[in-house]
Design a protein around this ligand. Structure first.
Ligand code: GN1
Ligand code: MG
Length: 349
């Protein structure tokens, strides 16, 4: 039960719910937004507070999702995506001064999320979902969308931010991570390949999800994928973001949080399942250039995540936060090992 004085109470009342009738509990393990499950007299919903420091213009997310919702309703009404629910005044984004920006999403019943991919079947099911997502939106005019985080997966920009942190970040942390800094600076060829890819006139902007971790897919009790969730970073981008982040997050049996790096490995059967499912799901929608960059996608996204974590470590954890000293250094080191393993896998192909 929520007290009338709880900061969330005015949010609930914007949706016509009495705080005293609601039960609210934390949901999910996202690093950026805060998510709750809300049980109201009118049923169960998902409530989210948008991290306003990361998503500096929450209205951009709201507009993007409205355009996509209208498009999906008109062109693929049976395609399931959890779009925001309207408050009593019709808005799908509620701003409560001092408390922040909130929105409510439908709760999809009889589903659960998975944190680590245990077998190739799950990887296949999730990759089909994310391919289906981009495929359904292939005809959508991508110029209608604005970036909710400008240059989000722009490797050149991420590399520049990394270089800047290496010069202007916390000097103690720069010393502490000198070896990893050197190792990751050695991955510069990936940045040049990125530049070449985006300069190629055959490279088109698509509607990408940009956060294809397995916990962003809902599964039913038979482990069949039902739909994708977490649409805040849905924006124009390059094809490699989604398949690349699947290679990054599904191929390894342990997550980016693992500090025992000896457990980090790349499972070839999972990579093959991702590739097969993505190609099947996108079928002719991928261009020949994109097809030649399937495995580059994995390297690019793993490398990008490694330098994002290390940049944040050097900048005193302002973006991702840290639950223990050196947390982002561990995450960055983890991703650097994963990159080596993925590059070895790529060579073996
Ligand atoms: C963030 O908040 P979450 O867990 O959905 C991040 C992703 C990273 C991920 C790493 C907006 O996602 O880009 O890949 O952490 N999202 C944002 O776990 O920065
Ligand atoms: Mg996310």
């Amino acid at each position: 039960m929520i007290a009338a004085t709880d900061p969330i109470a005015p949010v609930l009342s914007a949706y016509g719910w009495q705080a005293a009738d609601c039960k609210v509990s934390s949901l999910g393990g996202g690093l950026i937004n805060h998510t709750w499950q809300v049980d109201t007299g009118a049923g169960r919903f998902v409530l989210q507070r948008i991290n306003h420091t990361v998503f500096t213009e929450p209205a951009v997310i709201d507009d993007n999702l409205r355009y996509l919702h209208e498009y999906v309703q008109a062109t693929a009404p049976d395609y399931r995506l959890p779009f925001p629910v309207a408050a009593t005044d019709g808005r799908t984004l509620v701003h409560i001064p001092e408390a922040g920006y909130y929105r409510v999403l439908p709760f999809v019943p009889d589903t659960h999320t998975i944190d680590v991919v245990s077998d190739a079947g799950l990887a296949y099911a999730a990759a089909r979902q994310f391919a289906g997502f981009t495929k359904v939106l292939t005809g959508f005019d991508v110029t209608q969308l604005r970036p909710s985080i400008p240059h989000f997966h722009h490797l050149r920009l991420r590399f520049n931010q990394f270089e800047q942190a290496c010069k202007q970040g916390n000097p103690d942390r720069i010393r502490e991570s000198a070896e990893l800094i050197r190792q990751l600076q050695g991955g510069y060829a990936l940045v040049e390949q990125f530049d070449a890819f985006v300069r190629d006139p055959a490279c088109r902007q698509r509607v990408m999800h940009h956060d294809t971790k397995i916990s962003n897919v809902l599964f039913d009790s038979a482990d069949q994928a039902v739909c994708v969730i977490d649409l805040d970073t849905v924006m124009p981008g390059y094809f490699f973001s989604d398949i690349g982040d699947m290679f990054r997050t599904y191929s390894c049996p342990v997550s980016e949080e693992e500090s025992d790096f000896s457990k980090i490995m790349v499972r070839a059967d999972i990579c093959a399942a991702i590739e097969t499912a993505y190609l099947e799901g996108m079928n002719d929608a991928l261009t020949p250039t994109e097809r030649t960059h399937l495995l580059y996608s994995g390297e690019c996204l793993i490398y990008m995540q490694a330098i994002r974590f290390l940049t944040d470590f050097l900048n005193d954890d302002v973006y991702y936060g840290a639950r223990y000293p050196g947390h982002n250094l561990v995450r960055a080191g983890n991703q650097a090992v994963l990159l080596e393993q993925f590059q070895a896998y790529r060579k073996s192909r």
